[in-house]
Design a binder for this molecule. Sequence first.
Ligand SMILES: NCc1[nH]cc(CCC(=O)O)c1CC(=O)O
Length: 357
Amino acid sequence: MVSAQPTQPSPSAALQKIAAQAAARQKMAVPQHRRQQLPLRVGTRGSPLALWQTRAFLTRLTRFCPVLRDMNAFQEHLINTTGDQVQNRALAEIGGKGLFAKEIHEALADGRIDFAVHSLKDLETTLPDGLVLACTMRREDARDALILGPGLTPGDDPADPYSALPYGALVGCASVRRQAQILHVRPDLRFGLLRGNVQTRLDKLAARQCDATLLALAGLRRLGMEDRASVVIDPNVMVPSAGQGIVGVTVRESDIELRELLSAIEDYEARAVSTAERALLAELDGSCRTPIGGYARLLTPVAGPKSQLHLTGLVASEDGTFLLKREIVGSAADAERMGRELGHSLRADSPSDIFTD
Ligand SMILES: NCc1[nH]cc(CCC(=O)O)c1CC(=O)O
């Protein structure tokens, strides 16, 4: 990945450059789709969560650079992705990685949009040529939440978040990572497919299509539905997905001005932890049916290259009979190397058939 480390630009300088470039390009009569001019078009999925995240990101950007708000600088561009269209099958079945991003990448590469807002956990570790991750936003809570259906009440032992589930209960869940970690401690539970956006899943749960489901707490919180979480699961008990709770923004690699502007609002901690988690994921190179967890945090209160970074990695088999969890601690400046090292060690000690389809 190419990582730009431009010096902190003044927002208005960055914007002036964008405006000057746009004017110059117009004179040069470059093809319409290559012209960068205001408004900048921001690509997003159309789900309520994606829209919330996009608006939160734009709010952050315009707070940093208020002139952008007055200029009506941004235009939302909704993109319906394969992941959104196919609701009746497990994501793994329909081709796995990057299903929520493919159409968005294409729009970005074609110049139909200028940048795109993603849930980082849905973004593949290797982006298409010419696209870069320009900015990672402050992480929302990374933990997973268990949501119990009507009539079930949570127990109070944080080490056993599943105690409310009766023997053989049906858990609606489309994530092999969550399924494997639960089956490892509760092999009696049954799993059924439950897909759709957050609200759809909660509706299906209310309609008793299953006894419980799991969702990222971050999504519930952003949608104002945190109270629906029956149990928030400790990240040591259920290792979250790499990038969970983090919003990332992609742009064309060649778009230096936009990259400068976005790097100015990047959250250092989110960048460090997501770099470690994504390096771990990339090194493990699992298939979409490989349960993989990756969760990093900084151990020092002030985020910077001297912070200590703690990374947990997990690999399991889908049925939870095999599960390997390891940790590594090092300097945040070494996030990428730590992720690769931990990924390598986990892979070396796991059965190889876990990584193939
Ligand atoms: N795969 C869907 C998805 N992508 C991001 C989130 C939640 C928000 C986040 O993790 O940032 C969710 C829903 C979920 O897993 O509950």
